[in-house]
Design a binder for this molecule. Structure first.
Ligand code: PAF
Length: 285
């Protein structure tokens, strides 16, 4: 049992009462949705939300419908007590931690069409993932009724999907993209990092090194050459199993062949390292 000053709600009616009172008092709400196992990346989102809103609310909910593999859902780290301490320390005002039955009392039938966005990279390799993300984020937006919601750029494609959903449905919330927070050796912070073995953790920063080196090489290589170069670099470490390394238009996530075709490009990658799936990305220009 842990004690915290932060308000913790587990049911929709409870949090709803609280939000209704905040709204009546004209209080602005910043929202940080999470699946828990909080790290400094999440904390930086809460800190920013605190600077920009009167109250900050966070959700911790491991959303089963965004996992396309049962094993991945089961292995997802759960550290609720530590999370509550971190949220209390950073001054988060309220937390919503519902059960699966609370969020999904019936069968989920909602289907979104994100067109091209859902057919590449994470969409291609994790079928149904973004629909699951969209369903829960929309539900949470309806509950929190935030003025602003904060999303890390490590999950860049998720950010694009959420921006698209918000625009498609005309939801009255501003989506705030926040820079990826990295460990001092460059590894992007992720809840999954705790699952890396000490050996895997040692070579994990290579993901960022390869992305950074790709950024440096963009003047001397074509898009095609650069993607192949990066895949070969990962290949030098037998521990990596590359799912994809793609350079795309950072706005549409569409592929292109000549650098002159786009205003801004992003390199996105997903790799398996000792059985743990890690994603990262870097804006090339
Ligand atoms: O990025 C995450 O942690 C999750 O996808 C989110 C946005 C909390 C939805 O479950």
């Amino acid at each position: 049992m842990i004690f915290s000053d932060m308000k913790i709600f587990t049911t929709i009616p409870e949090i709803n009462d609280y939000i209704v009172r905040c709204k009546q008092d004209g209080i602005s709400i910043g929202f940080v949705p999470t699946m828990g196992a909080l790290h400094s990346g999440h904390i930086s989102l809460i800190e920013r939300a605190k600077r920009e809103n009167s109250l900050v609310g966070c959700s911790i909910f491991v959303n089963p419908i965004q996992f396309n593999k049962k094993e991945d859902l089961e292995k997802y780290p759960r550290t609720f007590d530590e999370d509550v301490i971190k949220l209390t320390d950073v001054g988060c005002d309220f937390l919503f931690n519902p059960s699966v039955d609370e969020m999904y009392p019936g069968t989920v039938t909602e289907k979104y069409d994100f067109g091209f966005l859902d057919t590449v990279m994470e969409g291609e390799h994790r079928p149904g993932h973004f629909n699951g993300v969209a369903v829960i984020v929309r539900k949470l937006f309806e509950i929190f009724r935030p003025e602003k919601a904060y999303f890390g750029m490590k999950d860049y494609q998720q950010l694009c999907v959420i921006q698209t959903m918000t625009a498609m449905l005309g939801l009255p919330v501003e989506i705030i993209p926040c820079p990826t927070v990295r460990e001092s050796d460059g590894l992007a912070m992720s809840s999954r990092n705790v699952r890396l073995s000490p050996e895997a953790r040692k070579i994990a920063p290579e993901i960022y090194h390869i992305l950074s080196e790709a950024q440096n090489r963009r003047h001397s290589m074509s898009v095609f050459e650069l993607e192949n170069w990066a895949i070969q670099e990962f290949g030098k470490f037998q521990e990596f199993d590359v799912e994809y390394f793609k350079i795309t238009d950072s706005k549409t996530l569409r592929p292109f062949s000549d650098w002159s075709e786009v205003k801004s490009a992003i390199a996105c990658t997903a790799v398996f390292l000792g059985g743990v799936r890690l994603i990262d990305n870097l804006i090339i220009f």
